[in-house]
Design a protein. Structure first.
Length: 215
C-alpha cells in the first residue's frame, strides 16, 4: 500500500512539472526500444530537476559521469548558458557508440564533448574546472569520484550523485550488513555527509539524489 501511495505521489509530481521536450521523449523511446537495462534511464522528474539546477546555477563547464543514452545529458543542456560546454563520460563503448549515433541523427548542433572509457582515468586527463557535476555511473567508485571531483570544482561548485537511496535498501540494517552494494552506498552516504568543505543534502527524488556544494 505504501509503494502504491508513493508511486501516486511521483505521478502527481510528474504531472505538475514541465513536460518533456520532443528530444527527451525521443531519447526515452530509443532507450526502451534499443537498449538493455532501460530502467537505467534518468526519469522525467529527475531530469527536470537537473534542468532547473542548470538554469539556476548557469555553469560554464558541466561534467557528467555516466552518459548511458544521454537523457540526463539532454536535461543539463536544456537551460545551459550559450557559452557553456558539457563533458560526458561513458565507460561502455557499445553504449557510447549507439548513443552518439542516435544524437547525431536527431541533434547535430549540441555542445557535448563525448569521452569513452574508464572515468577515473579520463578525469585525470581533463583540464577543466566544472561548476556542476552529475554522477550516475559505477557506484563502487562514488567515493573516488567525490575525492577527484572535489579537487576539480571551484568554490561554489555543485556535485550531484544519483541512486543514493539504493532502492530504499540503505534504510535496512540487515541489507547494509549482508549486501555489499548496499553497504557501499551507505558508506558513501556517510562519507559524503561528513566530507570537509562540503554542504550536503539528500533528496528523496526517484532513487535518491545527493547534492553537495563546495564552500
Amino acid at each position: 500500500m505504501e509503494e502504491v501511495f508513493e508511486e501516486q505521489i511521483n505521478q502527481y509530481c510528474r504531472s505538475m512539472s514541465s513536460p518533456e521536450s520532443e528530444f527527451l521523449q525521443a531519447i526515452h523511446d530509443f532507450t526502451w526500444k534499443k537498449m538493455i537495462n532501460p530502467r537505467m534511464l534518468t526519469g522525467h522528474l529527475q531530469g527536470q530537476f537537473l534542468s532547473m539546477i542548470t538554469a539556476l546555477k548557469q555553469p560554464l563547464t558541466l561534467l557528467e559521469i555516466g552518459t548511458f543514452t544521454g537523457y540526463g545529458t539532454a536535461c543539463l543542456l536544456e537551460n545551459m548558458h550559450k557559452d557553456a560546454v558539457l563533458h560526458t563520460i561513458e565507460a561502455n563503448a557499445e553504449t557510447a557508440n549507439k548513443t552518439q549515433a542516435f544524437w547525431k541523427d536527431l541533434n547535430q548542433h549540441h555542445k557535448v564533448q563525448w569521452h569513452v572509457g574508464e572515468a577515473l582515468q579520463i578525469l585525470h586527463t581533463l583540464t577543466i574546472r566544472p561548476d556542476l557535476v552529475y554522477i550516475d555511473a559505477d557506484k563502487i567508485n562514488y567515493k573516488n569520484y567525490l575525492d577527484v571531483c572535489f579537487d576539480m570544482i571551484p568554490s561554489g561548485g555543485v556535485l550531484i550523485f544519483d541512486n543514493t537511496l539504493w532502492s530504499k535498501r540503505v534504510l535496512n540494517a540487515r541489507d547494509i550488513e549482508s549486501d555489499n552494494d548496499t553497504k557501499n552506498m551507505h558508506e558513501f552516504n556517510t562519507y559524503a555527509m561528513g566530507f570537509k568543505g562540503l554542504q550536503s543534502i539528500m533528496l528523496p527524488i526517484r532513487d535518491g539524489l545527493t547534492m553537495l556544494r563546495k564552500y
